[in-house]
Design a protein around this ligand. Structure first.
Ligand code: FAD
Length: 379
């Protein structure tokens, strides 16, 4: 393996990133690649929260219900993944298990398949790959599916990966390119001088200085933003996942069914997700949620009744009321927001990192950031 060359440093730029989730790690990698000095401050360890709990679906199409800025952001990000994965795997030596698996969205009633096809017809008109499958075509593609299903939609370009491996690969690659990660560093707030962000203050009273601060603290972002700030609040939206293990893989693509989604992993694990709950920062996995997820999954794939129950967890999606991320420069000069990616932070990490790096290095971002402005009217 060739050793990555450290890029020539631009000494005037030094970025302090708050949070070592997929956002903080992706920004650290992209900024280091561009020769910027980076320090990531993480109160726990990188990837400790939502980013490692995610199912790893890169659902740019299946998660897009109408054309608009979020669809554009997701499609741009999905396109960045193959090259990013290749580079990260080469630099870090870690397999991210990226697969263009495709996503199947299925329904029991024929009228539900027809409605979904009507609602997503705009994707076909926009030349995005989308096909309607009859029941026969569906069962030919995934023979383990229930005979109760009427058909579905096939999003062949959506993909999947292993988020924990992505996090490790991003961190290791960023470190090899010169980024510094400080685990166990609890940030109390952003340090300002004459109204400009100049670094962050830690809970031991010390200050870590930088020319820019990137706030990427996931569901905890609003706890760190100034109390008089008008930006939309980021709140935790809990999601629970159940993991099963089968001796042979039962599915090849990701499945979106009524009441759950299923994500097969190469090693025989299968994730069943997920709930959507506004219960603050309560970390439990609940009996009711596990029961509902298991029932929905077994109805979709009856053979799962014999699978081994191998794990369960929950974590917090960073949710904003208008369901758009806070991405780009804030009203405080030097402070850049990278948060609120809600259900699609893994998908959106590559494009978000590019945007943040463009803001720091003075390059024009690849799309209009107005809809994602941290200073849009708070809802
Ligand atoms: C169950 C579930 C399934 C999901 N599935 C998918 C999926 O399939 N595809 C997809 O694209 N997305 C998925 N998501 C969404 C995705 O996980 C999130 O959008 C994404 O991980 C958010 O990344 P983040 O870096 O903003 O937040 P996080 O990963 O939560 O990272 C924030 C980090 O900031 C740190 N931090 C907070 N406060 C401080 C402080 N004061 N000082 C220092 N550090 C601090 C935290 O410790 C944490 O490590 C899922 C989420 C959940 C919960």
């Amino acid at each position: 393996m060739t050793r990555p060359r450290k890029a020539a440093r631009k000494p005037t730029l030094s970025v302090v990133i708050i949070g070592g989730g997929v956002m903080g790690c992706a920004a650290a990698y992209e900024l280091s690649r561009r020769g910027v000095k980076v320090t990531v401050l993480e109160r726990s360890v990188p990837g400790a929260e939502a980013s490692s709990a995610a199912a790893g679906i890169l659902g740019a199409q299946v998660e897009s219900h109408r054309p608009g800025p979020m669809t554009k952001l997701g499609l741009l990000s999905r396109k960045l993944y193959p090259a990013l994965v290749r580079d990260l795997e080469r630099i870090s030596g870690i397999s991210i298990e990226y697969r263009r698996s495709g996503v199947l969205k299925v329904a029991y009633a024929a009228s539900d398949v027809a409605r979904a096809a009507r609602e997503l017809a705009w994707q076909g008109k926009a030349k995005l790959p989308l096909a309607r499958l009859t029941r026969t075509a569906l069962l030919a593609r995934e023979p383990a599916l229930s005979r109760e299903l009427s058909g579905g939609l096939w999003f062949e370009a959506d993909a999947t990966l292993e988020p924990r491996a992505l996090l490790s690969a991003l961190r290791i690659s960023a470190e090899k390119l010169g980024a510094e990660f400080r685990s166990g560093s609890f940030v109390k707030g952003v340090a300002e001088e004459s109204g400009r962000a100049v670094g962050v203050e830690l809970d031991d009273g010390s200050v870590v200085s930088g020319s820019h601060v990137v706030l990427a603290a996931g569901s905890w972002t609003s706890l760190l933003a100034k109390s008089d700030a008008t930006m939309p609040r980021v709140v935790p939206a809990r999601g629970q996942i159940v993991e099963l293990r089968t001796s042979a893989p039962l599915l090849s693509s990701v499945l979106f069914g009524p009441d759950c989604y299923l994500v097969p992993r190469a090693d025989g694990r299968l994730l069943i997700g997920s709930t959507l709950e506004f219960v603050g920062f309560r970390r439990e996995v609940t009996a009711g949620a596990v029961a509902k997820l298991l029932m929905a999954a077994i109805r979709l794939v009856p053979a799962l009744a014999d699978a081994e129950l191998s794990g369960s967890w929950s974590s917090f999606r960073p949710y904003t009321q208008d369901e758009l991320p806070l991405l780009g420069p804030s009203a405080t000069p030097g402070l850049i927001l990278m948060s609120g990616h809600y259900r699609n932070g893994i998908l959106l990490a590559p494009i978000s990192a590019q945007i943040v790096a463009d803001c720091v290095t003075g390059k024009k971002p690849p799309l209009d950031l107005t809809p994602f402005s941290p200073d849009r009217v708070s809802k």
